[in-house]
Design a protein around this ligand. Sequence first.
Ligand SMILES: C[S@@+](CC[C@H](N)C(=O)[O-])C[C@H]1O[C@@H](n2cnc3c(N)ncnc32)[C@H](O)[C@@H]1O
Length: 218
Amino acid sequence: MQYILETSVYPREQEALKELRILTHNHALAIMAAAPDAGQLMEMLLNLVNARKTIEVGVFTGYSLLLTALTLPEDGKVIAINVNRSSYELGLPVIKKAGVVHKIDFRKSEPLPVLDELLNHKENEGGFDFAFVDDADKGSYWNYHERLMRLIKVGGIIVYDKTLWGGSVAEPDSSKPEGKREGKQTAHELNKKLSADKRVQISQIALGHGITICRRLY
Ligand SMILES: C[S@@+](CC[C@H](N)C(=O)[O-])C[C@H]1O[C@@H](n2cnc3c(N)ncnc32)[C@H](O)[C@@H]1O
């Protein structure tokens, strides 16, 4: 198992990311993000769009945030939104040690007010290169999408995590107890809407809990 973790799943993980992953595990918190699995893909996507300004919705201890900050150029900025600050505080010493905290603009908030506030400033329309949405209130993903589609430039990328909801989107409702159907249903609704959205080119990847990459076409 250790071999798989160190050489297969994370073959080229930077030291700071590894430290944050281990710290998260040591606090008995599972790494919830697909980010460790999808790390290299995210890094490549950030590079492909020459990302300088990005948005992250759903921070937790900051694995995908640190990965983003390490990938951005010195003058890059990531606006990172999370409903609370406590888990971010846990990862913050590692982020500071990595020397990238100056690239992070952390906002403790529900995402929609922050996205709406950004849209109050005309210069932010199409002003961002990349966004990553990871599990912050799945029922609101479509509302995030409508805002992000205005904030991300044409040619920019929005990545949604957990869009296969552990594979359960493909299973019949009866396979899940009633209380556990919500995540599956919201993921299914989002997938239907994204695949019908002509404004984006999409690619869904069965990595972690499933990620969907959307490239804004117009
Ligand atoms: C799966 S974790 C994000 C993982 C993170 N990207 C990483 O790489 O470790 C989901 C995060 O969403 C946050 N969250 C949950 N509901 C939220 C909401 N309504 N608004 C903003 N953040 C929320 C949680 O506090 C948690 O930090």
